[in-house]
Design a protein around this ligand. Structure first.
Ligand SMILES: Cc1cc2nc3c(=O)[nH]c(=O)nc-3n(C[C@H](O)[C@H](O)[C@H](O)COP(=O)(O)O)c2cc1C
Length: 436
């Protein structure tokens, strides 16, 4: 009775972690700072390798995107761009820069893992995926979480790497069937996954379901995966994700046999998170009716986001020559077609493209407000300051709340002077609220 998440441990091989994983949130929403803080606290934090050339340019002064833009500018007006692609060398160096710099700053007993989405084709799927994985392993990453795809051919790309057996490798699935497919490939290279994240329909980002996502629930999916592993006589840690909002939610899953949980939405308002502060305030102010799952992502996967996302009312010109992270092997992206087909208004300007969004540009600008279903409960996890804004807690506070929560209670943070200089005497006493 009244067990807490801190009473459990996640064991991955020789490593023992507190059983809370903060999932990857691209592009640089789950920053190195956030992942490092979670690792310092003893859990597992993720960075994301989505658009690592963009990240490397921003953080380390490289010019990967500008150089690519110059090289391919002659294809600007083409609808199909098979020539426009990222190459191994640039992607490898960008990934290495990002991961090595992060790992150089790692402290504590936790882990820093990287989220690697298969759907990020970069015009050159196999070569760039290999470059991303090689860069991450050479940069010293502790673990790789494969996502956004079945990853049928991913492991064979890295069997020769010296870290193939030492780096932790996990996969995100949304069904036992998808796991079965991955297990078949992984047994062919004699390398089983070290952990399996089961992501349900309430998660943020892209969903691994079709339009019928609402017919599924995380509890049943987790039971299915636990059952499959039992039948296969495999002892692989199972990690549910999607809508685990309190430490008590997490303990419920550990009681049924899960080894940890993966969360994200609660951390979108952490100070260490990459979202701009005004977007964090928008998340906190959101109501349930402000959230939708739509098909605007050109990846083809449904995605959950706030209806107020600027990406949904934009007619930004595709910039695949510099960016082109979603271009498939044939040089196509659904947004290019949608943009060219968009009607022109009386003033001669393109009207907003309503059915698809330009993921590359909008994620770069933090203009796609993707979030988990329970984003509207964030206001119950913090306090309003005298200037009318909500207080942004530190990741440590949110992490500790998950660890110590009982009966779905959420510990509110203490407002400090640094964040709320307008009200130096404000003293918000520690209190708990029952989650809805
Ligand atoms: C803002 C945001 C961005 C996300 N981006 C990614 C991503 O790039 N790749 C991925 O595999 N999952 C992504 N996710 C999913 C999370 O990693 C996580 O599994 C899920 O959101 C957990 O559910 P919760 O948000 O309800 O806690 C994202 C989630 C959020 C909230």
């Amino acid at each position: 009775m009244n067990e807490k998440l801190a009473d459990y441990r996640l064991c991955l091989g020789e490593n023992e972690y507190l059983p809370l994983i903060v999932g990857g949130m691209g592009v640089d929403i789950s920053t190195a700072e956030l992942a490092l803080e979670i690792a310092r606290l003893g859990g597992v934090g993720h960075i994301s390798d989505a658009m690592s050339p963009f990240l490397s340019d921003r953080k380390f002064g490289t010019h990967f995107q500008a150089d690519k833009g110059k090289k391919f500018k002659i294809y600007r007006d083409e609808l199909v761009k098979p020539e426009v692609k990222w190459g191994y060398e640039d992607v490898y160096r960008a990934s290495l820069n990002h991961v090595r710099d992060t790992m150089d700053h790692k402290r504590g007993t936790g882990g820093v893992f990287i989220n690697v989405m298969e759907k990020l084709n970069m015009g050159n799927p196999r070569e760039t995926l290999k470059a991303r994985l090689d860069g991450a392993m050479d940069g010293g990453i502790d673990g790789i979480t494969l996502s956004a795809g079945l990853h049928k051919s991913t492991l064979p790309l890295i069997t020769e790497h010296s870290r193939f057996r030492d780096v932790k490798i996990g996969i995100i699935v949304s069904s036992a069937r998808a796991l079965k497919v991955f297990l078949a490939t992984s047994s062919r290279v004699n390398r089983l996954p070290d952990y399996v994240v089961v992501e349900g329909p309430l998660a943020g980002g892209h969903l691994g379901f079709g339009k019928d996502w609402a017919n599924f629930n995380l509890r049943t999916l987790t039971e299915d995966v636990l059952q499959l592993l039992k039948e296969e006589e495999l002892s692989i840690p199972v990690i549910p994700a999607g809508g685990v909002f309190t430490g008590t939610d997490a303990v419920d899953y550990l009681r049924m046999g899960a080894s940890a949980v993966q969360v994200a939405t609660r951390f979108t308002i952490a100070r260490e998170c990459g979202l701009p502060e005004n977007v964090q305030q928008t998340y906190i102010l959101s109501k349930e009716e402000d959230v939708e799952v739509n098909l605007s992502s050109p990846t083809g996967y449904p995605m959950r986001m706030l209806k107020s996302s600027p990406s949904l009312v934009s007619n930004i010109r595709p910039n695949c020559e510099s960016l082109g992270y979603i271009l498939d092997a044939k040089g196509q992206c659904a947004y290019i077609d949608a943009w060219h087909a968009a009607p022109v208004g009386d003033d001669g300007k393109k009207l907003p493209v309503t059915d698809k969004m330009c993921i590359c540009t909008h994620f770069m600008n933090y203009d796609c407000y993707t979030c988990g279903h329970y984003v509207y409960r964030l206001k119950d996890t913090t306090v309003k300051m005298e200037n009318g804004e909500y207080f942004l807690p530190r990741a440590e506070h949110i992490f500790n709340d998950y660890m110590t929560s009982v009966e779905h209670k959420i510990l509110l943070p203490e407002v400090d002077r640094e964040t709320d200089p307008a009200s130096p005497d404000v003293s918000v006493s520690r209190k708990t609220v029952a989650a809805r």
